[in-house]
Design a protein around this ligand. Structure first.
Ligand SMILES: CC(C)(COP(=O)(O)OP(=O)(O)OC[C@H]1O[C@@H](n2cnc3c(N)ncnc32)[C@H](O)[C@@H]1OP(=O)(O)O)[C@@H](O)C(=O)NCCC(=O)NCCS
Length: 155
């Protein structure tokens, strides 16, 4: 994702997260940390035939990474695109040398939870009233790659 993608990303953001859409400034701020040798963010867009149809972002901090956002345009959901975006984020987490990936997800967002579970994320707790307005709880999910790393190290 580059700054010139933000207009289209914001359209999708407002449609897909009507209650708590990110602002333009939030995307600018994330992208400011996505380039150069000190980069801590990785942001992607998925391009359809004519326009952007999905996007996703990851932030790293030490050996931990967070899925910041992942979204697929309504007409393209259920086609595997979410999985492809998540695969790329997990690749980025490996490149950042993170051994743990965390995310928050609305407790009522079953399609997203199914996607994360398919990739090995496990529920580890709740954040009460995390999503405002609406006072909706977040499910916190975690994927640890320690085991995979150990297996690699031991041959
Ligand atoms: C969550 C999201 C990114 C998944 O993307 P996607 O391209 O639909 O993902 P996939 O096609 O890989 O499908 C993921 C799972 O959700 C299921 N699914 C997709 N759309 C669905 C729907 N409308 N209703 C029920 N299940 C659905 C799929 O069957 C699949 O389940 P499976 O892994 O058991 O087969 C997408 O639905 C989306 O953008 N939602 C709105 C924004 C959002 O909620 N983002 C996540 C915030 S935590």
């Amino acid at each position: 994702m580059r700054w010139w993608d933000i207009d289209r990303v914001l359209e999708l953001e407002k449609d897909l997260f009507p209650e708590d859409a990110w602002s333009r400034g939030m995307f600018w701020s994330e992208l400011a940390h996505a380039r150069g040798p000190e980069a801590t963010r990785r942001y992607l867009v998925a391009e359809g035939e004519e326009r952007i149809v999905g996007y996703a972002g990851l932030a790293s901090s030490g050996d931990q990474a967070d899925v910041q956002t992942i979204a697929v345009a309504r007409g393209h959901q259920g086609t595997g695109l979410g999985g492809r975006l998540l695969t790329e984020l997990l690749r980025a987490a490996t490149a950042f040398e993170c051994h743990e990936v965390l995310l928050e997800c609305r407790v009522d967002n079953i399609p997203a939870q199914k996607l994360y579970e398919r990739y090995g994320f496990e529920p580890i707790g709740f954040r009460r009233g995390y999503y405002q307005p609406g006072n909706v709880d977040a499910l916190v999910m975690r994927l640890t790659t320690d085991q995979a790393t150990e297996e690699k190290n031991h041959g």
